[in-house]
Design a protein around this ligand. Structure first.
Ligand SMILES: [Cu+2]
Length: 96
């Protein structure tokens, strides 16, 4: 009984971070890019992390270099962040 419970707790402790990580990633489509300003406009799905429904909005790229591999129309996965009211996107990667 005790052993089983310990195993269960151990399993969920291992599984949880991986689960949280993938569910934090949001889907988006690149509508506009401004590489000089380091921003991109994404049409995104629901963002639980930011408490948002689907919409098109501008994000600041957490790492400007990530914009270099993008073009308008690309479907991406990204991590939405709210940094003191500034919406930014990290870990942007193109979905094939
Ligand atoms: Cu939004």
């Amino acid at each position: 009984m005790n052993k089983r419970l310990t195993l269960l707790l151990l399993c969920s402790a291992i599984a949880w971070p991986a689960l949280a990580q993938s569910s934090d990633l949001a889907d988006g489509e690149v509508m506009k890019l401004d590489k000089a300003a380091g921003t991109l406009t994404l049409k995104h799905g629901p963002l639980k992390a930011l408490n948002m429904g689907p919409m098109t909005m501008m994000f600041v790229a957490k790492d400007k270099a990530q914009l270099d591999g993008l073009k308008v129309g690309d479907k991406v996965k990204f991590r939405p962040l709210n940094e003191a009211g500034k919406m930014s996107a990290a870990e942007i990667r193109v979905v094939k």
